[in-house]
Design a protein around this ligand. Sequence first.
Ligand code: ADP
Length: 583
Amino acid sequence: MFKLKDMLMLTDKGYTDLKKAIFACTITNLSLMLPFGITIQIFTQLQKPFSGGEISWTKMWLYFGAGILAAVLIFFANKHDYKKTYVTSYMAAEANRIRIAEHIRKLPMSFFNSRDLTELTTNMMGDCATTEHVLSHVIPQLCANGISMVIICIMLAFFDWRMALTVFCTVPIAFFVILGSRKIQERLSESQIQAKLKASDQIQEYFEGIKVIKACGLEGDKFKALDNALLLMKRMALKMEFGTGIFVTGAQIIVQSGIGLTVFVGTYLLTGKQIEFLPLLMFFLIIVRIYGPILVELTLLPELIYLQLSTKRMRTLMSTAVMKGSTDKVIKNFNIEFEGVSFRYQEDNSSEEAVIKNLTVSVPGEGITALVGPSGCGKSTLSKLIARFWDVNEGTIKIGGIDIKTLDPEYLMGYISFVFQDVVLFHDTIYNNIRIGNLTATREQVMEAARAACCDEFVNNLPQGYETLLGENGSTISGGERQRISIARALLKDAPIVLLDEATASLDPENEVLIQQAISKLIDGKTVLVIAHRLRTIVGADKIIVLEHGELAEEGTHETLLQKKGLYEKLYRIQQESMGWSV
Ligand code: ADP
């Protein structure tokens, strides 16, 4: 029984609830036997005139009363059973989903590098749904049937042990048939899951890339890939149904052969005068009632095998170590120091070249520091390391003298506003998308941040203003407008450190001016690290860090770096020239 808790990944409460559900189901099963006991008693009375006796009407009325009482009892047992089984299983599944979501939130980004989103969605929805269904429709009924079968078998054995044995002898054989086919079913389930994942991947890719598919005329190729994935899913589903069906039907036939066997053994015993007619009739009546739920359970048994695959995936997810740290160390100043930092994305692949190599540099508090360098030199990586999206492989990153590895990632994020180049917007209203920056902010504060980030003019042109629902990931507004919403979010958060992935390069001049205005309000009085793509925007920065291949190439102010005539001067010159050409 203890294993059941692990197998279903239940909490202590979930496990206690499951035990209550099994008990409730057992009571329901046993209560359903009451009508048979009463029917047998009525038959006993009805056959009396044939053997020279008289029907006792007092007893008949008593049985009638007992029948009504049994109906009431069955009703309440079912009601209780329903509540215990279904309500608690949905609660357990909800607890599981929240537990997984909480866990995923605390995982390092390296985990997401190695997993694709479709697989995670499958974990969250599909695997939890499997547990939910098994918890509500399989386990309690299966255990309760097992328990009540043993009880009924013992009770029937009091009437005739040979008949009791005959009734039940086919059941274990049927169960062994299903359990014996476990390996085949596991293999089929795994292939079906893989086919489903592949199809989900293809569907997602098709919809996400629909613009490119249309623009490049890839409809045929891409649709073929999607079509093939869906075809494979259909094939695997049929294979799975067929594979499972053979064993389930086989097992059901074995159980039902018990009816023939009981009739045969019963008739044999009756003709040999080894059993009375009435007890035999009771066995004939009861056998259908007993086999009914068992036949249903046999069809559900493969789900237990499927469940094991689901929980294996969930267990792997839950056993991935989360990022931990203190939540009570107060950061007093916001100097950021990198001391001998090296980092590579693949944790387990030390042969991969490090993206950041032995970097020692500081970002002074309350000032603007620009991070520049050729594309791919590690600028974004470095800014994300400050926010502890990943932990460094060697060296330390300190903020105000505190190693960020000792800080809880969510606590650390409380000190940081991050304006990403690729803005993520949720399928929600503009107001709520800004409010994400600070969920405790008042409406007035949200509006103030929106105004400061120059969102007002474009939002007021929308029919529902701030209550306008954004399409998935803000697909209904322009790049510049998305940026302004993300700056409003950061303004509302008002964190002392601002990490800014400058994204003005791809914007039109009007948007660029507005965004520059918004940014200057955002960074006022903060420790700012800006990843600069256009060097002319950071000419006035307090410090410029120049990276090359993940290493520190140079550092200084715009003037000192120009005088050095190193990488910065070269990059600056190239950009100036290219701007000259474009005019
Ligand atoms: P920059 O911001 O300077 O353009 P990045 O920090 O984005 O550079 O990338 C530095 C290097 O790290 C690049 O070679 C890039 O391919 C690699 N890289 C970036 N993100 C990831 C990731 N999530 N997983 C693996 N490699 C990555």
